[in-house]
Structure formats: C-alpha cells, structure tokens
Design a protein around this ligand. Structure first.
Ligand SMILES: *[C@@H]1O[C@H](CO)[C@@H](O)[C@H](O)[C@H]1NC(C)=O
Ligand SMILES: *[C@@H]1O[C@H](CO)[C@@H](O)[C@H](O)[C@H]1NC(C)=O
Length: 230
C-alpha cells in the first residue's frame, strides 16, 4: 500500500497523482504494511472432527511480530516467530490445539465438542517500524448429530380406509435439536396432520425431538394397495 499525505493513489491516473504530490509539496512516503486478506473458519463442524483455522495475510515487506487467535475475548494461541519457542498455547474449554499441525498461517484444533462453538478471531501484528495490526473473525457452530436414524413408534402393520393413523417419529440426542418431517406416500404431510412436541433436553445438553402424525386414512392414501409412511 502506498500513502501520500493521507491521499491514496487514484488508480490509473498517475499523472494527476504526481501533479498533486508536487502541488501539495508532499514527498512520497512508501508505507508498506501487512494486510490480513481473509480467514477461514468452518461455519459448521460435527463433534469429534478436527478443525483447521486459516489466517491469510500478506506481509507487504513488514516483519511479522505475532499471529494471535482468540475465541470470543479469550486468547488461545499465539505464534511469535522471534521467540525460541514460537508457539504459546492458553487453555480454553473446548479448544485443544494440535501444535504439530499449527504454525503462523493455521491452527488445527483437535476433535471439537459442543463447547468449541463461538466466534474465532485471528489478529496479525507487524514488528517495528509499522506495528500495524489487523484482525478478522468468524463464527463456528459445532453440532452433534443424532445417535441414529429416527424411529417410528405407534404404527400398526395394517390400516383400512377410515382408520386413524397416529404415529410418532423420534430423533434421539442431537444438538441443535433435529428438525423432523413426515411423508405420506413420499409427499410431505400437511401441517394440520402434524403434532408438534417440544424437544426434550438431556442432562448433557443434547436434545431429543419428536414429531407426531395424525390423520384418517382415505382411499387416496392407497397407492396400488400400499400406504407408505416415512
Ligand atoms: C407420541 O409421543 C407423545 C409424547 O411423548 C405421547 O404422549 C404419545 O402417546 C405418543 N403417541 C404414540 C402413538 O406413540
Ligand atoms: C434446551 O436446550 C436449548 C439449547 O441449549 C435451550 O435453548 C432450551 O431453552 C432448553 N430447554 C429446556 C426446557 O431446558
């Protein structure tokens, strides 16, 4: 980046630029400053998986002083190339750094848990003379998938026209709660046939969700003698 007494160079107009600089009597000072281009933080991750967080910056001639990672306001990783041991780790619940896969560009977190969710921020600082610092942040939500496929309860093996179908679909232990839907013969069930239940929280924070289905069987529900629910 080039700065001229607070004016930035108008692109493609070098003549005006030079004229201005002469008129204003400013000498051109080349300020090279590090630039944080982007960070890469997965928006969603599943519990038990490792996560790589990337901090992409250009030094632009600056010398790197440090790269620091925060979750919320808490620092958990600092890379200082000038130190004999460049990596410093600070304990944080749900954040376990794998130092063998971390450096000045990336931080790898060991298998994440529900506690790992939060806003992650990378801050890059240049050494003298600029001491320029930039930072960027992004949210990561860690989700816990249901233990197994949803189960259907309350169904009978056979229904006749005029029978009432009343069944439940239950998805055990996930976070956030699973969102469920019923299909009758592969068609999404009408809202008035659904019975909503509030998700139930387990002691460990996982939620069990349930959706009921209630309707009276009509001739239109039978496709070549079959009624399929899922
Ligand atoms: C469905 O679940 C609700 C809530 O647990 C329960 O009250 C109801 O009896 C269940 N119905 C069937 C058909 O299993
Ligand atoms: C269940 O957990 C969710 C997510 O943490 C929370 O929003 C909700 O209020 C809890 N519900 C109960 C009944 O504790």
């Amino acid at each position: 980046m080039r700065l001229l007494c607070g004016l930035s160079s108008p692109e493609g107009r070098p003549l005006v630029f030079v004229l201005l600089s002469a008129l204003l009597g400013c000498s051109e000072v080349g300020v090279e400053a590090l630039k944080l281009v982007s960070i890469s933080v997965p928006a969603h991750q599943v519990t038990g998986k490792a996560v790589e967080l990337d901090c992409n910056y250009n030094l632009e001639g600056d010398t790197l002083y440090s790269v620091t990672w925060y979750r919320g306001r808490d620092e958990f990783y600092r890379y200082t190339p000038g130190d004999r041991n460049p990596i410093d780790i600070f304990e944080l619940p749900g954040v376990a750094v794998d130092t063998s896969l971390s450096d000045q560009r990336k931080v790898t977190l060991r298998p994440v848990s529900l506690l790992s969710s939060g806003k992650y921020r990378c801050e890059v600082s240049a050494d003298a003379p600029s001491f320029h610092t930039e930072s960027r942040s992004a949210e990561m939500l860690v989700v816990d998938l249901p233990d197994r496929v949803p189960t259907i309860t309350g169904g009978r093996p056979k229904y006749r026209v005029g029978d009432e179908v009343h069944v439940n679909c239950t998805s055990l232990r996930s976070r956030p709660a699973a969102s469920l839907m019923w299909y009758i013969n592969n068609k999404q069930a009408a809202t008035e046939n659904l019975v909503e239940y509030t998700p139930v929280n387990d002691s460990d924070g996982l939620e069990t969700s349930r959706l009921g289905l209630r309707f009276v069987v009509g001739p239109r529900h039978f496709h070549s003698g079959e009624l399929r629910l899922k």
